[in-house]
Design a protein around this ligand. Structure first.
Ligand code: UD1
Ligand code: CA
Length: 453
């Protein structure tokens, strides 16, 4: 198959049936805006991808800050799918060959399916090929009317269909290929004499077939792939289907998912082999998890990076942070954005970290808040230690060295520096720097013992 396809993705509609302040195609499925699934599925073989935007077009653009080959055209008024494609006329005119048109609200379509559609279209030298499906309940979709050759005669929209036509269960998926010259001609001959007063892309298809050009269907095997998302009910259905697919992919790659029905992993997550995922776990965004990790139940991991052999115990939340190999986190840990936890470190129960660096083998085992701090290697932070990082006006950062021992219930009033091998007594309130090897105690903490020698 040629790899110089011009792909046009329609994403200008408001999606009124979603009853949302946000346009439809920005709603997420599998953690990714639905139209982005469509874009990703055609990227490999498209020389150019044109996204037709309208409502909230700027938000759609923002999804692709740095992708080459993606261009946007604006459809100011949403006068129909045919009108939307007309906005890309300049690009169609420049393109010799196949134009692929997709709707931004069909995120379940697989790349392989689209490729077979395009290959079939090119092999059969059709003017237009439409991806169709047999639906048990075709309501809401355009119906395919075939002619005596079993080619497509026309497509009739639900709202324009008579009773007999409504009974047809072969539907238009909205995905189709045109040879560019035929598409240009058909676009120039659209009108809006229909129930919705719109310029339908489906009429371009009927136009060509009327003229005697070759317009053929390409029937999809699995009709679930072309579910068009029009409302929140479709959205939930699509979410379920995508979740099954994502979990299957990870299991095929050697990840154990104890109960795939209760495990929620976003599309772009990567997980290494022999990692075990317990139920009721959410792994979101661009999270990467290494090999041989165990993620215990009820955890939520968002945009995080986790090394190999890490254990995330029950009910932990990890956001935008990185955890190295052999780290032990939780249960009930809350790791907020901006943390880096080095190998073999332990962040225990009811510990909150924020903007914190935790050195190799360091332990923060229980009931602590570590906000805006860097802690060295081999240090132990006693139960109930609080980094008081906020003075009511500003946040401050503290630095704790290697092999430090912080006694239970210490308050570290930032900013302070605690040298290597420093110690604090239980209940100390540290307001000043502690030099290397020095022990402090009390409120406010005073030197109890200096480093010997
Ligand atoms: C469309 C098809 C129907 C097909 C169904 C498959 C037409 C006339 N009908 O109907 O045959 O069975 O999809 O899901 O094509 N859009 C624009 N600009 C517009 C209108 C729509 O960009 O002016 C975009 C929307 O954002 C959406 C897509 O086109 O992503 C489809 O529009 P939608 O209104 O959902 O069409 P359907 O009524 O579902
Ligand atoms: Ca639709």
């Amino acid at each position: 198959m040629a790899s110089d396809i011009l792909s046009i993705i329609l994403a200008a509609g408001q999606g009124t049936r979603m009853k949302s302040d946000k346009i439809k195609v920005l709603h997420k499925v599998g953690g990714k805006p639905m139209f982005q699934h469509v874009v990703d599925s055609v990227t490999d073989f498209s020389s150019n991808i044109i996204i037709v935007v309208g409502h909230q077009g700027d938000l759609v653009r923002e999804t692709f800050p740095d992708r080459e080959g993606i261009k946007f055209v604006v459809q100011k008024e949403q006068l129909g799918t045919g009108h939307a494609v007309q906005q890309a006329e300049g690009y169609i005119r420049e393109h010799r060959g196949t134009v692929l048109i997709l709707y931004g609200d069909t995120p379940l379509l697989k790349k392989e399916t689209i490729k077979s559609l395009v290959s079939g279209h090119q092999e059969k030298k059709a003017a237009c090929t439409v991806l169709t499906a047999l639906m048990e309940n075709p309501a809401g979709y355009g119906r395919i009317i075939r002619n005596s050759n079993e080619d497509i005669e026309r497509i009739v929209e639900e709202k324009d269909a008579g009773i007999d036509e409504k009974a047809i269960n072969e539907i238009n998926s909205g995905v189709c290929c045109f040879e560019s010259s035929f598409l240009l001609e058909a676009l120039q001959n659209l009108d809006n004499n229909n129930a919705q007063g719109e310029y339908y892309l489906t009429d371009a298809i009927s136009y060509l077939s009327n003229k005697g050009e070759k317009v053929i269907p390409f029937l999809i095997d699995d009709s679930r792939e072309i579910i068009g998302i029009n409302d929140r009910i479709n959205l939930a259905k699509a979410e379920k289907i995508i979740r099954v697919r994502i979990n299957l992919k990870h299991m095929e790659n050697g990840v154990t998912i104890i109960d795939p029905d209760q495990t929620y992993i976003d599309s772009e997550v990567e997980i290494g082999r022999d990692t075990i995922i317990y139920p009721f776990t959410y792994i979101e965004g661009k999270t990467r998890i290494g090999n041989n990790c165990t993620i215990y139940p009820h955890s939520r991991i968002v945009d995080a990076e986790i090394g190999d052999f890490a254990n995330i115990y029950d009910h932990s939340i990890i956001m935008e942070s990185s955890l190295s190999d052999n780290t032990n986190i939780g249960p009930f840990a809350y790791i907020r954005p901006g943390c880096r936890v080095a190998p073999n470190a332990k962040i225990g129960d009811f510990v909150e970290l924020k903007n914190a660096e935790i050195g190799k083998g360091t332990k923060v085992p229980h009931l602590s808040y570590v906000g805006d701090a860097s802690i060295g290697e081999g240090t132990n932070i006693g139960a109930g230690t609080i980094f008081a990082n906020y003075d009511g006006k500003e946040k401050h950062r503290s630095i704790v060295g290697d092999n430090v021992f912080i006694g239970s219930n210490t308050t570290i009033v930032s900013p302070v520096k605690i040298g290597n091998e420093g110690k604090t007594g239980a209940g100390s309130v540290v307001t000043k720097d502690i030099s290397e090897g020095t022990t402090v105690v009390g409120v406010p903490a005073r030197v109890f013992k200096k480093k010997e020698g």
